[in-house]
Ligand binder design. Structure first.
Ligand code: SER
Length: 316
């Protein structure tokens, strides 16, 4: 990658990724784009709606882009509330990216998700290649996106790559509208209030990952030797699998008085229950040497330190 365009750059992943790519490739080599005016990122920036393919091509040509990291999408809970909008943004946004990539010869990274699994998928150590019958609109767009990326690679030779992300935990920007968002909110509430009410029930295990590992996955996969890639798109990746009480326990090691309560949100719970408990990421490990650095204790420690600074909290 030399000149990289990031869509959805103002979101949870995009804000952290833009900084990471600037460090790795140079400030001027990264073009952040998003739906809104940029008030948060120190970056080269263009306002861009991914549903406008013509404008996307204009921006790509103007900045001599060679790679796109396509992050703009509606997440699972929002998508369940607005399923037709989710289909439009998630699918037509991706179709525009792939079409521009075909014509301008770009490399493309597209994240899929644990949401691409559903009914009949083995829930534990979910294999790379298995049944995918998701029950959410978000999941439907993710499976369709995986297939569309495979198609553009096979039919048109577009260099598409991607991973199935688990819930992503970070301290830069808050996630919006996801089912795994609780695993970020719990850290803020632990520091600000000493208590958290989980919308996800005890015992509900989901895969999770700390943002630095998620960003490494993008850079590593995009720079990987293509001759080693058998799967290309939609690699299972994971770093840890936990239930709400596990992250609460990890926080209590640092804040012993922290209290966890539960008020289960049935909409979110239904989505969470349809997703795997844990993924098998051996294909990613074998094909591009994927290896996460953060487990739950290490991530918890770093999240609390980073958020204390951000929230200017005295150390509890
Ligand atoms: N974090 C996402 C969500 O909860 C999963 O891809 O929607």
């Amino acid at each position: 990658m030399k000149k990289i365009l990031v869509t959805g750059a103002l979101g949870q992943v995009g804000t952290a990724l833009t900084k990471r790519l600037q460090q790795e490739y140079g400030f001027d080599q990264v073009l952040a784009t998003g739906l809104q005016e940029n008030t948060i990122l120190d970056a080269r920036y263009e306002k861009l709606n991914v549903l406008n393919g013509k404008e996307m091509m204009r921006v790509v040509r103007k900045h001599r882009i060679d790679s796109v990291i396509h992050l703009a999408a509606l997440l699972s809970a929002t998508a369940e509330g607005k399923p037709l909008l989710a289909w439009d943004v998630n699918m037509n946004g991706l179709l525009n990216v792939l079409t521009v990539a075909k014509d301008a010869k770009l490399k493309v990274f597209t994240p899929s998700s644990i949401a691409a699994f559903g009914i009949g998928t083995p829930p534990d150590q979910t294999p790379q290649d298995t049944l995918q019958r998701p029950t959410t609109m978000y999941g439907v767009t993710k499976v369709s996106g995986e297939l569309l990326c495979d198609y553009f690679y096979r039919k048109f030779g577009v260099d598409t790559r991607g991973v199935r992300y688990p819930g992503l935990i970070s301290h830069e920007s808050l996630p919006g509208g996801g089912t795994t968002d609780y695993a970020v909110h719990i850290f803020y509430d632990a520091l600000l209030n000493g208590t958290y009410t989980s919308p996800i029930a005890k015992g509900t295990k989901m895969d999770m990952m700390y943002m630095p590992d998620a960003l490494n996955a993008i850079v590593q996969l995009m720079e990987a030797d293509p001759s080693r890639l058998i799967h290309r798109n939609a690699f299972n990746v994971t770093a840890m699998s936990f239930a709400p009480e596990d992250v609460a326990n990890a926080i209590q090691k640092h804040i012993p008085e922290f209290e966890m309560h539960y008020d289960v949100n049935q909409n979110l719970q239904q989505i969470a229950d349809s997703w795997p408990n844990s993924l098998d990421d051996s294909a990613a490990r074998a094909e591009w040497d994927w290896k996460p650095e953060y487990d739950l204790p290490r991530m918890t420690k770093e999240m609390l330190i980073a958020l204390k600074m951000k929230l200017k909290q005295p150390v509890r």
